[in-house]
Design a protein around this ligand. Sequence first.
Ligand code: NDP
Length: 340
Amino acid sequence: NRAPQTVTVTGAAGNIGYALLFRIAAGQMLGEDTPVRLRLLEVPAALKAAEGTAMELADCAFGLLDSVDVTDDPAQAFDGTHHALLVGARPRTAGMERGDLLQANGGIFGPQGRAINEHADDAVRVVVVGNPANTNALIAQQHAPDVPASRFTALTRLDHNRAVALLAAKAGVTVEDVDGVTIWGNHSATQFPDLTHARVRVDSEWKPALEVVDSAWTDDEFIPRVAQRGAEIISVRGASSAASAASATIDHMRDWALGTGAGADGSARRTSAAIVSDGSYGVPEGLISSFPATSDGGEWKIVPDLAPDEAALPGAGERLAATVAELESERDAVKELGLV
Ligand code: NDP
């Protein structure tokens, strides 16, 4: 067995937390040879529920589960942590203005960023799931000046997985026969699920996705359906997409920590992750934006030479520009509010 890894989950008593913790304890995030120490952070009102989840975790008798601690103190929750999964956030409620939402989340993610700065392991990896995820990640990162900015990320893997599944279903193939989908930008309705460099394997032959599905379907159905999938799940299931969000969170952390590996044809398998921009693709440096990404088990790396192909999908460049503009306006708003 490898050395135990500490994993902190915030909002641990929530729906996503409930779908996440058992899979982490079962070794599905860090591998079946890595013991885990779980830290559950909650607000005081939800501590009791988190204790209940901790009792259930004990009752699973997971061989890899070293310990479970429940706390409402970020300093304790992040002490020595290697993996910080920031799930708890202030949801948008009816009538709430964007400024109020950002302000409320600034009050959560600022202090959590500071606690990570002061207490986490030097090689901490942070993923923000709580919405608005990209900007919450930026707030946390700005409060952690001693942690490399690249250690703060936000989740767009659920959007990525939704896009892969939808394309596979339309093409009549399995998800293993789909490759090279990219989610660009913000985890919001403006996100751009881009098929212009994607490929689909039909009858053992890889073909450009936009030769298998047409650009009208992409524009009229695929892009809006991926972007609105969360609302679609709520309307059908009557509850939000907690299990798939948890599954995507595990995919994101596993790929980051253990590497994205090779794809179906032996080339580097790439995915989508919201990571700090180095200025690539015209995304202003410092924004936490979704890119095509690979990991060798160290850092996420932005894959070059995949700019949305205007010839394959007219308007592709504008879609990227629009979602990046939204991220810039969120960043400007949190700056104005003094949150970063
Ligand atoms: P969930 O566990 O369902 O969701 C948590 C966050 O994840 C929300 O911000 C939600 O955004 C976001 N999210 C991202 N992707 C998805 C998706 N596909 N489906 C659903 N949500 C998604 O929320 P609960 O209300 O069940 O639980 C939240 C918990 O967090 C509560 O127990 C609360 O006490 C806790 N909390 C803890 C804090 C802390 O630890 N300091 C701070 C704040 C809250 P959206 O709202 O847009 O759906």
